[in-house]
Design a protein around this ligand. Structure first.
Ligand code: HEM
Length: 411
């Protein structure tokens, strides 16, 4: 068996959040797998280990589909988190086995590349309207003016969220996703509980309306669909809708902001894209280019799994219940898998990026996210060919959901 050395990693250090890549390169060389006692997790940093682990059925996002809390020696759930848990315990991303397949199957139907393609016109119109509203030749914050409102509008449309409720979506979602960070506070718990309650009640009311009068939207589909002969419960329905609203925009906001930052910092790539646009070849370049931007800087850097049994995995001994942290952000720059990993190459074709995960939990929304990013970069550069960065971008505080709060740009 290979030894697993002990090491402490400062995930929430601002410098690490802004640029984790030099430290990760060193870890890949010196400590590709290590145990951090502070987080009580084994960290995996290599592309090969992460891809193997994501395909290995001996790991799961949860354990409770296999064992009871008593069997695992886990304490009862923290009662302070009850409102948040009413939501989170029904999120299918955290389920395994048939419970997961049942809900994922239903949702996947709406996010096929063909379904998503039908959103192109709406996406273009929304992007254009957002650009119409920003000042010409004056700095504006790309994150708040374009990156946030665009995916929120798209996913809210898909689900069928009425206009008056839309302004609440982003604050509710932000409060809920704070709980996914490794350093949430009591105040975060209170905010997440309030947001989860308000969000659940709102979606339940909407679902009741749609059951009575179905429309052409995802909430109607979820409220009327039967899976394996049974309907979703109200809680499942509300939690699935909210999860889609959150998953459908949080990472996309960060993916488009970090992607644009990477483009604006890489003169050669930016020029190449502008030349492709002038030659009418932007779509082809943006297809590989958006994947590359999402590899180059990873908006959701780390996901976790549990070892479901005692095992040997790639030569390491793991005990049942051990949590492992998979550093997608490191795998995406692994020199053993990507030639010149620190180079932004918009034409990169052999690009097995880990940004959307792999295996049974592979991102359902990847086709939508890709189309959103392709559209926003293309229209932005068409309409603002002199686009430039103004000042230093400001990162948000969390590492688990990593992104920018401010990216000032000017046409
Ligand atoms: C750039 C944007 C996005 C990124 C980087 C991203 C990333 C990911 C990742 C890494 C996972 C797997 C988590 C794991 O391995 O444990 C995932 C799952 C998921 N994503 Fe995304 N995502 C994005 C956009 C979207 C969008 C637009 C939607 C649309 C609704 C979406 C819906 C989902 C869902 C439903 C799952 C759960 C899949 C399952 O557990 O079966 N995502 N996403």
């Amino acid at each position: 068996m290979k030894e697993i050395p002990v090491h402490s990693i400062g995930l929430n250090e601002p410098d690490f959040i802004a640029n984790p890549y030099p430290e990760l390169a060193e870890l890949r060389r010196e400590l590709p797998v290590f145990y951090d006692p502070g987080y009580d997790r084994i960290f995996f940093n290599l592309h090969a280990d992460i891809s193997d682990l994501l395909r290995d059925k001996r790991f799961g996002r949860g354990m409770l589909h296999r064992y009871s809390r008593e069997e695992l020696g886990w304490p009862p759930p923290d009662p302070r988190l009850a409102p948040f848990r009413r939501f989170q315990d029904n999120v299918f991303m955290d389920m395994e086995g048939t419970a997961h397949t049942r809900l994922r199957g239903l949702v996947s139907k709406v996010f096929t590349p063909r379904q998503v393609e039908s959103l192109r016109e709406k996406l273009e119109a929304t992007t254009n309207a957002l650009i119409d509203a920003v000042p010409q030749h004056e700095p504006f914050n790309f994150v708040s003016e374009i990156a946030e409102p665009l995916p929120v509008a798209m996913i809210a449309d898909l689900l069928g969220i009425p206009e008056p409720i839309r302004p609440y979506l982003r604050p509710w979602s932000s409060a809920i996703v704070r709980m996914y960070e490794m350093n949430y506070t009591d105040e975060d718990v209170e905010n997440a509980n309030q947001a989860a309650d308000a969000f659940m009640e709102t979606v339940l009311e909407l679902a009741a309306e749609r059951r009575a009068q179905p429309q052409d939207d995802l909430i109607s589909l979820l409220s009327t669909a039967e899976v394996d002969g049974s309907r979703l419960t109200d809680t499942e329905l509300a939690a699935t809708s909210i999860f889609l609203l959150n998953a459908g925009h949080e990472a996309t906001v960060n993916g488009s902001s970090l992607g644009l930052l990477a483009l604006l910092r890489n003169e050669a790539a930016l020029t190449q894209l502008k030349e492709a646009m002038a030659a009418g070849e932007a779509d082809a370049l943006l297809k590989t280019g958006v994947n590359e931007l999402l590899r180059f800087d990873t908006p959701l850097p780390m996901f976790e799994r549990y070892a479901l049994e005692d095992m040997e995995f790639n030569g390491y001994e793991l005990k049942r219940g051990q949590e492992v942290a998979l550093m997608y952000v490191s795998g995406n720059r692994d020199e053993a898998r990507f030639p010149n990993p620190n180079e932004l190459d918009l034409t990169r074709k052999d690009n097995p990026l880990l940004t959307f995960g792999l295996g049974t939990h592979y991102c359902v929304g990847a086709p939508l996210a890709r189309l959103e990013l392709q559209t926003v970069f293309r229209i932005l550069l068409e309409r603002m060919p002199g686009l430039k960065l103004v000042g230093e971008p400001q990162f948000t505080e969390g590492f688990v959901i990593r992104g920018l709060r401010e990216l000032l740009i000017s046409s």
